[in-house]
Design a protein around this ligand. Structure first.
Ligand code: GDG
Length: 486
């Protein structure tokens, strides 16, 4: 064991919570990447006496920087070469697991060499966790990129308490079963004490997969696996809890931001620059095929063509943040979306009245908060989404009581937000009707719905999410082993 300092609380996620900025003079600076996870972790980290460490990739290929401190948090970078980035991250994570876990909206690509690399990188993350974790520490592993890490850590360090949270859906066994490495992935996950999912259905899908693929037994939210005597990853018998712990946003922080005079002034400016239309429709998504942007454009395009809405009164703003641009399916999607926007604008816009404003750019948080204030109807219409934080941010930003949320039933958020205008994005006729209803309903009805939605997010914010997860981890069925070898 090295003599370096160890920590009672360790987070492992694909990315560190900081971005490196290189100044023109060549000097570098680390800036905290704003986001819900960072805020949530900030609130829970204060409870650990020896502090906390975060294991993750620093955001650029090649040699990793030396571990360093960011306030009270110890950051422990894990290196990834360009080839590893392409095979483990863009390949297996984003072109195999991502489509498979999102209902196979596009076909997943299966390559044995990608999985080999995924396993190597998961082992690298696991080794880094074991290096920084103090005896008996709590370890919180995040997301689908690190599914083998729980068992890889446990095999080395049975003294640790290990939790894993899945930010994306867990697919039904009928889809999961396609994965050639399905048993290894489940054995990797069962190395945890507690597995958190966005929806009860995700936890149930996981439990069913364990039954069908591994022959495990389940009782309530407990999964029991008798283990294997093959000496491979995670062979020891296990009892693990798998339950829903839906993620949320930093509601008070976001509301404060939306309330600031700068954001309010910017919202007015945006509305004016759009020509002060009667109705602004808004979509904000990473440019991803799971988000249902094409279905949304189809519905809106038809509403303009049918004359139900006119660009003189209604305008649609779509922010599509650049994402995974080296993966083929994302490049194709971008071309399709841009073709659709061009066609709609060509057919129905007039000079001075643009039907669709399409922005393939990233913005600061202030600009997002201002855009939410401007949106009379927010369109969150994914074909499948683990949770969808945009829906929660929007209702929080609209503390003035205005606005309306159209929300796909295929998001985790739909379970918690029953007052939204619910839609099935595959049903274009139904989607058109729902959008019209959200535009035309009486203000009092919209206010009633928005009040309920805001209350829910305020009560269940990202801090309560983190506390719920850690409570689940603390109450997990098995007591950690003692004196694990290091
Ligand atoms: C995954 C799961 C789950 C977007 N564009 C900009 C920007 N954003 C922000 C949004 C929101 C976040 O990014 C996106 O979160 P989502 O939840 O909508 O979606 P994913 O990125 O797919 O996240 C998802 C989430 O993990 C958490 O568990 O909810 O289901 O897929 O906060 O506002 N922020 C800024 N500029 C942009 O241009 N600043």
């Amino acid at each position: 064991m090295s003599s370096q300092q160890t920590y009672d609380f360790v987070i492992a996620a694909n990315r560190l919570p900081v971005d490196r900025h290189v100044h023109p003079d060549g000097s570098t600076e680390w800036r905290t990447a704003p986001g819900g996870l960072v805020t949530a972790m900030d609130s829970v980290m204060r409870g650990w006496e020896s502090g906390a460490a975060w294991v993750g990739w620093a955001g650029f290929p090649g040699e990793a920087p030396e571990p360093f401190d960011d306030g009270k948090l110890r950051l422990h970078p894990v290196p990834l070469s360009g080839k590893e980035l392409s095979d483990y991250y863009e390949g297996f994570s984003n072109d195999t697991l991502w489509p498979l876990y999102h209902d196979v909206i596009v076909a997943p690509t299966f390559h044995r060499s990608w999985f080999t690399c995924y396993r190597t990188i998961n082992q690298r993350f696991a080794d880094a966790v074991c290096e920084v974790a103090a005896e008996g520490a709590q370890v919180w592993i995040h997301d689908y990129q690190l599914q083998l890490v729980p068992a890889m850590v446990r095999d080395q360090r049975p003294d640790l308490r290990i939790g894993w949270f899945n930010h994306i859906p867990f697919p039904p066994v009928e889809l999961f079963a396609q994965l050639p490495w399905r048993a290894t992935v489940l054995r990797g996950l069962l190395g945890a004490d507690f597995l958190g999912f966005q929806r009860p259905d995700d936890a149930r899908n996981f439990a069913r997969s364990c039954r069908a693929v591994l022959g495990a037994t389940t009782k309530g939210d407990k999964v029991e696996w008798a283990g294997a005597d093959d000496g491979r990853l995670g062979a020891a018998p296990r009892t693990v809890r798998a339950a829903a712990v839906p993620i949320s946003i930093d509601a008070s922080g976001f509301r404060e931001l939306a309330d600031s005079p700068e954001v309010q002034a910017r919202a007015e400016e945006i509305r004016e620059s759009l020509g002060d239309p009667d109705v602004v429709l808004l979509g904000v998504d990473r440019l991803d095929y799971t988000k249902g942007i094409r279905h949304r454009l189809r519905a809106i395009g038809e509403l303009f063509e049918d004359g139900e809405i006119s660009p003189d009164q209604v305008t649609f703003v779509q922010v599509a943040t650049p994402s995974r641009e080296r993966v083929e399916a994302y490049r194709t999607l971008r071309e399709q979306i841009e073709g659709m926007v061009g066609r709609i604008n060509g057919d129905v816009s007039h000079l001075g009245a643009t039907a669709v404003h399409y922005l393939h750019q990233s913005y600061g948080r202030e600009e997002m908060a201002a855009l939410f204030q401007v949106a009379d109807v927010m369109l969150v219409t994914p074909l499948r989404d683990g949770m969808n934080l945009v829906a929660k941010e929007y209702v929080t930003a609209r503390h003035d009581g205005g606005g309306a949320l159209v929300l796909s039933e295929f998001t985790g958020a739909a379970e918690e937000m029953p007052q939204a205008y619910r839609c099935n994005p595959h049903d274009i006729a139904g989607l058109k009707e729902t959008i019209l209803q959200a535009i035309r309903d009486e203000p009092a009805e919209k206010e009633r719905r928005m009040r309920g939605l805001r209350r829910r997010v305020r009560k269940h914010d990202v801090q309560t999410w983190a506390q719920d997860f850690l409570a689940g981890l603390a109450a997990a069925p098995e007591k950690p082993g003692r004196g694990g070898s290091k």
